[in-house]
Structure formats: structure tokens, C-alpha cells
Design a protein around this ligand. Structure first.
Ligand SMILES: Cc1cc2nc3c(=O)[nH]c(=O)nc-3n(C[C@H](O)[C@H](O)[C@H](O)COP(=O)(O)OP(=O)(O)OC[C@H]3O[C@@H](n4cnc5c(N)ncnc54)[C@H](O)[C@@H]3O)c2cc1C
Length: 398
């Protein structure tokens, strides 16, 4: 068995675990990040929802119930986390725009508008697009992108279809990075008669330098261009994930990817090590502190049986608001579904309540009472609690 010793071991490589890891590695702590698989952000629009209610997401936080994780982080903590995120992304090919003081709207592939907070630069010109003429470019054979829905819902719109020779979003994004493809695309686009206004296309402007590609196309056709997020697999979600993971690795962080935890070692009130399952040689990863960021049901941080909800790494107590009969609504994705509030309750230092463990901190969508779908606070909550847990961990280690 291989053995390694770290200051901090973060379990779960989603938005919360990556935020905690980036912060701690940036502070010089020897940080290991363990993740069984790719996180939920790869399925997301790539936009950072903080709180959908109201114009100012930070104001809406004051209306949340006392036990909500945002209330434990506080307004300043949320602002600090969004700043850390924006600073991190500013050094990546996908800088983000927006402010936690004001929500914005982006156009969706079905012609509705989604309220969110921070967006990748490639979606910046989506804001206010209903006031202008909008020309939507779609691609032959592409699935899950519906320009006719957009044109039927927004009166001042039109669309055209380009044949990229491939039809999945990932394959089209790859084509945009091939030499000569943008030249062909732009000469076709310049040949279409379009009324003055903006041009939008599904989010397929490559994985590596989407902003540069967007600016290139925009400059050549003399119009504002923006991307519309598509259904999973989401190119903006993948870009976001790759940028954050890359930032952690640049800071010297150590990654164990595609590894699940097979056992944990606890002595007294301290977690000492976790062991990673491997068909060949298992790895034992020791840490002075641990951060649990394994997500909710979708990522397997929580697991529901007929009678109980289990936390899958440390077997921590899981808080489930409301009676068990309320778990069985027909639609799991209904906002406010009672099971959505279940998770790990933490104290003000983000240690799990009732565990007695002094060197374990918890963050992200595994936290109890998050109500992410109801509040539309997915990535925002992950960033805010990820940074808070990391700071509590830092305090313990110094
Ligand atoms: C389809 C979909 C679309 C969404 N779109 C948006 C959006 O557009 N904007 C927004 O703000 N929010 C969105 N959300 C919500 C948001 O994605 C999540 O709330 C947030 O990203 C959760 O981050 P997390 O770090 O808590 O967990 P996760 O992203 O769930 O990450 C947990 C990680 O832990 C790993 N893991 C689990 N168990 C173990 C284990 N035993 N050992 C090691 N690793 C383990 C998993 O493999 C995973 O990588 C969306 C959610 C869904 C489901």
C-alpha cells in the first residue's frame, strides 16, 4: 500500500471541494484532492446562481431560515468567495462577469430566461438581448437546442442553420478549435442578410479559448456575439471544471482522480487517514485535517435506502427535515422537495454536529437545509461554504 501525508485532504472535487482546495493550496498548505468522478458542475450551465429571488441575491439571503448554510457563512463570506472565484477565473480562458449585488438574466435554449448571478464572458451579451434584434445560429443535427422555440417566444428574432459536419455539442466545439473552421464559419455568416442586432449560438466555442474565439467572430462580423448554454453535456460546465481543477494543480495541489474511498481511520476525535480502493495497490492518504465535499444524492455523497439517508464516507448523522412519507414526491426535481433539505448539519465552524470530530469540516450541497433547487443557489452555495470550511480548517492548522 502506498502512503502519503498531507496538511489537508479534501474529499470531493466539485465546486465546493475545488474552492476549498484552491484556497488552501494558495495559502501554502500541502493539499490533496480525492474525487471519485467528475462533479455536477460539468452538467450545469456554467453560470453561478447565488440566489434567484429578487434583484440583489445578497439581500435575499436575509430572508432565508436561520439554519441555512448561507446564514452560517454570512454576507461578507459569500462576497469573499465570489471574489476568490472571479479572481481565479480571471487567469483562465473563461473569465466571469457579474456582481453579487445584482442578478442578471441569460437566454436559455428553449427561449426562456434564467436568473443567475455570475456568467462566463461568452454569455455577457445575453443580458438585455430581448430589447434588440437577435439572430440565432444553430447547427445541422444538433440535439437539445431549439431555435424555433426561441423565435416563437421572442418576437424580434430569426435563425439560420450551419452544417459543421458533426452534430454533438462536444464535436462542434472541437471543430471550432480546428484550423480554418472559424474562417469558413465567418464567411458563411457574413454572407447571410441579418437585420442589425446581436448573434447568439449554442455554447460550442471550443473548450480552450472560447472568449478569444467569440471576440474573433464578433470582430469579423461587427456584432455582439454570445453563447446560449445547452443541456448536458455542457461545454461551459466542462470549461469551468477544467479551469478550477487546473488552478488547483498550478498551485501545487495533489489530485487523486477517479478514486473512491474504501475505508477511513479515526483515532479518538481525529480523522487520521482514508484509504482509496484500487485494483492494484490501494493508497492510504493521511491528513492533519479533512474536508468532506462529496455532494448530495446526484454525486453519491448521500444515499437513500428505504428507511434512512446515509452519508457515504464517514457515516455521519444525516438530518432529514420532515417525516419520511414526505420523501416520496413523484418528481425529485420539484423545487422545495423535502428530501432536498436533508444533509449534514454543521456548527459555526463547519464541523459536523454530533460527530465529535475536531479535524473534519463539511461544505457544499451535502449540507442540510440547503434547498438548492428551491433557492437556485447551487454553485454560489458551493463556493461560499467551500471557502468558509477552508478558512476554518486553516484556523485549526495554524
Ligand atoms: C443537472 C444540474 C444542473 C445544474 N445547473 C446549475 C447551474 O446552472 N448553476 C448553478 O449555480 N448550479 C447548478 N446546479 C447545482 C450545482 O451544480 C450544485 O449544487 C453544485 O455544483 C454542487 O457542488 P458540490 O461541490 O457540493 O458537489 P458535486 O458537484 O456533487 O461534487 C461532489 C464530488 O464528490 C465526489 N464524490 C462523491 N462521493 C465520493 C467518495 N466517496 N469519494 C470520493 N469522491 C466522492 C463526486 O464524484 C463529485 O465529483 C445544477 C445541478 C444539476 C444536478
Amino acid at each position: 500500500m502506498s502512503d502519503s501525508l498531507h496538511d489537508v485532504v479534501v474529499i470531493g472535487g466539485g465546486m465546493s471541494g475545488l474552492t476549498a482546495s484552491i484556497y488552501l493550496a494558495g495559502k501554502g498548505f500541502k493539499t490533496a484532492l480525492i474525487s471519485r468522478g467528475d462533479p455536477v458542475c460539468c452538467l450545469s450551465t456554467g453560470c453561478i446562481d447565488v440566489m434567484a429571488a429578487g434583484e440583489g441575491p445578497l439581500e435575499a439571503i436575509a430572508d432565508l431560515p436561520g439554519g441555512h448554510p448561507y446564514r452560517l457563512v454570512g454576507r461578507k463570506g459569500i462576497e469573499d468567495a465570489l471574489k476568490l472565484f472571479k479572481d481565479t477565473m480571471a487567469g483562465s480562458p473563461v473569465p466571469y462577469v457579474g456582481t453579487p449585488r445584482r442578478n442578471r438574466e441569460i437566454l436559455t435554449p428553449i427561449g426562456t430566461f434564467k436568473t443567475t448571478c455570475l456568467v462566463p464572458r461568452t454569455m455577457e451579451a445575453s443580458q438585455g438581448c430581448r430589447d434588440d434584434y437577435l439572430h440565432v445560429i444553430s447547427f445541422s443535427g444538433i440535439r437539445d437546442f431549439y431555435p424555433s422555440y426561441i423565435t416563437s417566444k421572442l418576437p424580434n428574432t430569426g435563425f439560420s442553420l450551419y452544417d459543421a459536419g458533426v452534430s454533438s455539442t462536444l464535436a462542434i466545439a472541437t471543430r471550432f478549435e480546428e484550423p480554418g473552421f472559424v474562417d469558413d464559419f465567418c464567411s458563411w455568416l457574413s454572407g447571410i442578410e441579418i437585420p442589425p442586432g446581436r448573434v447568439a449560438l449554442p455554447a460550442v466555442l471550443g473548450l480552450r479559448k472560447p472568449v478569444a474565439l467569440m471576440e474573433d467572430i464578433s470582430g469579423r462580423i461587427g456584432r455582439d456575439v454570445f453563447e446560449i448554454p445547452t443541456l448536458p453535456p455542457s461545454i461551459p460546465g466542462l470549461r469551468l471544471f477544467q479551469a478550477l481543477k487546473g488552478s488547483f494543480q498550478e498551485k501545487g495541489g495533489y489530485v487523486f482522480w477517479g478514486k473512491a474511498i474504501s475505508s477511513v481511520e479515526i483515532r479518538g476525535n481525529m480523522v487520521e487517514a482514508v484509504t482509496l480502493a484500487a485494483s492494484g495497490r490501494p493508497s492510504r492518504v493521511q491528513g492533519r485535517a479533512f474536508i468532506l465535499a462529496t455532494g448530495s444524492f446526484v454525486s453519491g455523497g448521500l444515499f437513500a435506502t428505504r428507511d434512512a439517508v446515509k452519508e457515504t464516507v464517514f457515516d455521519l448523522n444525516v438530518e432529514i427535515p420532515g417525516p419520511r412519507n414526505d420523501w416520496f414526491w413523484n418528481d425529485f426535481f420539484t423545487p422545495g422537495h423535502p428530501i432536498e433539505g436533508s444533509g449534514i448539519e454543521v456548527d459555526s465552524s463547519f464541523r459536523p454536529l454530533g460527530s465529535g470530530l475536531e479535524n473534519l469540516f463539511v461544505c457544499g450541497s451535502i449540507l442540510a437545509r440547503s434547498d438548492i433547487m428551491k433557492n437556485h443557489c447551487g454553485h454560489g452555495l458551493a463556493l461560499a461554504t467551500g471557502l468558509k470550511a477552508a478558512k476554518m480548517c486553516e484556523r485549526m492548522l495554524t
